[in-house]
Design a protein around this ligand. Structure first.
Ligand SMILES: [Zn+2]
Length: 55
C-alpha cells in the first residue's frame, strides 16, 4: 500500500496517509489531522513493499 507523506501549510505539521491505489485515484481531500486544514502539500510517496526487499 502506498504511503503518502503530507505537510500542512498552516501549521507545518507532517503526517502520513496511506491510501489504496483506488482511493488515491479518487483524489480524496486530505486534511491536516492537527488543525484540520485542507491546505496540505504532498511531499513524496514510498511503497512499503520496497522496505521489505531484503535478499
Ligand atoms: Zn495543520
Amino acid at each position: 500500500m502506498p504511503i503518502y507523506e503530507y505537510i500542512c501549510k498552516e501549521c507545518n505539521h507532517e503526517f502520513i496517509v496511506s491510501l489504496s491505489f483506488h482511493e488515491a485515484e479518487m483524489k480524496p481531500e486530505i486534511k491536516c489531522p492537527h488543525c484540520n486544514s485542507p491546505k496540505v502539500e504532498k511531499k513524496f510517496s514510498v511503497f512499503t513493499a520496497k522496505t521489505s526487499k531484503k535478499s
